[in-house]
Ligand binder design. Structure first.
Ligand code: EPU
Length: 331
């Protein structure tokens, strides 16, 4: 973020009226004490999950540059690490893999920063960041430190207490993680085992490389084609709804949630509607993963919203299911 321009992986040209970057809790507290954070404000991470609707953000944008990955405790089987919110998420995963710590490897190559990972509860390949978090440290707009233990964070699928409008006044400064020193892998999602083949032994480095190559084969590189990863969440529907759809679409993929609910991949539904690989103006549906919307070049936030609305409409008409954006819309 320089000269008022806000970096975002959609590649949208957006300017903020005021931008602050801070590199310590003390600096953030000073900004608060001096009354420099005016409403509306936006506390952002790496800009990888944001859709700016307008070309100007009339307000204060804050970005953490708090760095550091510090071991604060360890025993024979576990290590506890405190990480600055401004660290790049994948640098942290890389660090864990190099140290021989297990748990974060399936979350390799997810764009964004550590602070936002705890807000969004990022997830991939059968792991969510909540599985690793022990507590989240914040500074409130009142200048006070407040620490949220894992059970206070209300974690759910791509959701946490930090996404509630009334909680936007808490700025994440550090996230605390627990990693395992004892080998254990989660390899059951999708094609991980197939991609690993008969590699023996399975190592942390190999799993990280495998996840990276699966992601690179499906998800566009934001440096080449602007995007924000999955644009929609996968809807969770009742078992009755799922059964009636299964009669019509016997090959429909799904994930069991609990006795009453099933998750249906929105990417599959979007592909069924015929949108995969199609464009609406300068915005398009990625040709290798229909859950990802891309900026073909020069798109505005409004262009991407128009495409997303057309998709939601067609999915609702064909499947009777409402899908919702995973990306945060910023007015
Ligand atoms: N599918 C299709 N067509 C498509 C896309 C998907 O038929 O165009 C089918 C696949 O064949 C598969 C199922 O849908 O049977 C699920 O697809 P995939 O494994 O690619 O995952 P996803 O549900 O589309 C979710 C996450 C991703 C994460 C992957 C892997 C959400 C919103 N997205 O996508 O997260 O990487 O699983 O775990 O839950 C992100 O949040 O930005 C993100 C990329």
């Amino acid at each position: 973020m320089k000269n008022g321009l806000i970096y975002n992986t959609f590649g949208l040209k957006v300017e903020a009226s005021t931008l602050f970057e801070y590199s310590s809790e003390e600096e953030l507290k000073s900004l608060i004490a001096e009354g420099r954070i005016k409403v509306p404000y936006l506390h952002m991470g790496g800009g990888s999950n944001l859709l700016f609707i307008n070309e100007r953000y009339e307000g204060t944008v804050l970005h953490s540059q708090i760095k550091g990955m510090q071991v604060i405790a360890e025993n024979d089987t576990e290590v506890f690490v405190r990480v600055g919110a401004g660290e790049v998420w994948d640098d942290f995963v890389d660090f864990c893999v190099r140290q021989g710590w297990y748990g974060a490897e399936n979350l390799s190559l997810i764009p964004g920063e550590v602070g936002a990972s705890a807000v969004q509860n990022i997830g991939a390949y059968g792991v969510e960041v909540k599985d690793l978090i022990t507590m989240v440290e914040t500074i409130g707009l009142d200048g006070q430190k407040r620490v949220f233990q894992l059970d206070e964070c209300q974690y759910a699928y791509r959701d946490s207490i930090f996404k509630r409008p009334e909680m936007k006044q808490y700025f994440v400064t550090f996230v605390n993680f627990r990693l395992s020193k004892v080998p254990h892998f989660k390899l059951d999602y999708g094609t991980i085992r197939k991609e690993l083949g008969d590699a023996s032994p399975v190592t942390l480095t190999l799993v990280r490389q495998t996840i990276i190559s699966i992601r690179q084969s499906k998800l566009p590189d934001p440096k080449v084609l602007g995007n924000a990863g999955s644009f929609f969440t996968n809807p969770i529907v009742s078992r009755e709804k799922w059964q009636s759809l299964l009669e019509q679409y016997p090959k429909m993929p799904y994930y069991e949630i609990d006795e009453a609910h099933v998750k249906i991949p929105a990417g599959w539904m979007i592909e069924q509607t015929g949108w995969k690989g199609k464009a609406l103006g300068p915005a398009a549906v990625h040709d290798k993963q229909a859950l990802v919307l891309v900026n073909l070049g020069g798109a505005t936030g409004a262009d991407i919203v128009a495409l997303s609305e057309a998709i939601c409409h067609d999915v609702a008409r064909q499947f009777g299911i409402e899908i919702h954006p995973e990306v945060n819309f910023i007015l």
